[in-house]
Design a protein around this ligand. Structure first.
Ligand code: F7E
Length: 326
């Protein structure tokens, strides 16, 4: 039975990837941080087949111990401080976990794996690395110009992954994933913040939602589709880097309008208040990815449309809020 170790197991992607790999016959082990992490209980209830091992991306010794215990065939590094807005407030922590954490994990793999290292490594790189974009759409060769401490840390992690592949011959891949959402998305991200608010407004539990820049454009896909690309990357004869995206871009405003419409509310502007607190010191204005390399080499294509994604998130949030009322 192949074994996969996943960092960031309690996040949206960690959960989808664990389900996918379990379905493919893997033993799935998740790295869990912190003392009495409250998410351990949720994990045990939702994904009982996932084994948890303690460790932290900020602590090399704990990563070595986790690898020695797990003996993985594949390591997926999905752990990070992943909220761009928070990275402006805690830049040093972000650099340490999101950036240096990649280096620590690769060093641990190098030390534990020995010569002819059999461990395959996946790094969750991000479209935030393109930042102030140099070309549109963005592909694997587009120059990087990050616009946040998060984006800068991801660039470090990305370059380090490429370095370890070239320096030590590690099977290390970097998936440059554009925004990917789902009903499991954290409430701090704009998509889920909006769908949750729409559900609560629909049920009369909330009057309005405060948002920042509605003009930013993102290439939004479904997280369940994107984790399959991660696994495909580690299943190739040679390691490489791939952009994963839908190739379509929408403004935050479009997402908001569609989410309200999915709940049967057409006059959405009545319910949205613009609040300067949600603007960022520097914005990434436009992202749209070219995933043609993933299509031709991995046979990967997104399955869920933007409309289906928004509707499924709104429907799910209405269901959650209704259940709370009972
Ligand atoms: O913001 C604008 C905000 O926080 C999207 C992470 O998974 O994807 C994600 O990063 C856009 C930005 O995601 C609000 O200014 C307006 O332009 O949902 P977000 P993100 O920053 O694009 C990439 C690929 C990652 O790698 C990251 O880890 O929406 N926006 N009003 C708002 N954003 C938030 N969060 N809240 C607002 O009220």
């Amino acid at each position: 039975m192949p074994t996969a170790l996943i960092t960031g197991i309690t996040g949206q992607d960690g959960q989808y990837l664990a389900e996918h790999l379990h379905g493919e016959g893997y033993r799935v082990v998740g790295l869990i941080t912190g003392q009495r992490n409250p998410r351990s209980e949720t994990m045990a209830a939702d994904l009982p087949y996932v084994e948890l091992v303690p460790g932290d991306l900020a602590d090399l010794a704990s990563l070595i111990a986790a690898l020695e215990y797990t003996q993985p065939d594949e390591v997926y590094n999905l752990g990070a401080i992943s909220f761009v807005a928070l990275s402006f407030k805690q830049p040093e922590l972000t650099a340490n976990v999101t950036g240096l954490g990649v280096l620590r994990l690769l060093e641990a793999i190098r030390l534990v794996g020995g010569v002819n290292n059999p461990i395959r490594f996946y790094q969750a790189s991000s479209s935030e690395m393109f930042g102030k974009v140099r070309e549109t759409p963005q592909n694997e060769l587009t120059p990087l110009h990050p616009r946040s401490p998060y984006g800068s840390a991801k660039v470090f992690g990305h370059n380090t992954t490429v370095n370890y592949r070239e320096s030590y011959g590690l099977y290390a891949c970097s998936g440059i994933l554009f925004n990917h959402e789902s009903p499991r998305r954290g409430l701090e991200f704009v998509t889920r913040k909006v769908t949750n608010a729409v559900a609560r407004i629909k049920l009369g539990l909330q009057d309005e939602v405060a948002l920042g820049n509605l003009d930013a454009k993102r290439d939004w896909g479904f997280a369940g589709d994107y984790v399959q690309a991660m696994h495909l990357m580690l299943s190739q004869p040679e390691p490489d880097d791939y952009v994963i995206a839908t190739g379509q871009t929408h403004a935050v405003r479009d997402f908001v309008q569609l989410a309200f419409a999915a709940a049967g509310i057409d006059d959405w502007e009545r319910y949205v208040r613009i609040d300067p607190r949600f603007f960022r010191p520097a914005e990434v204005d436009l992202l749209v990815g070219d995933a043609s390399k993933a299509a031709s080499e991995l046979g990967w294509e997104p399955q869920m449309s933007f409309e289906e994604l928004v509707t499924s998130m709104v429907t799910n949030d209405i269901e959650i809020e209704r259940r709370k009322l009972k």
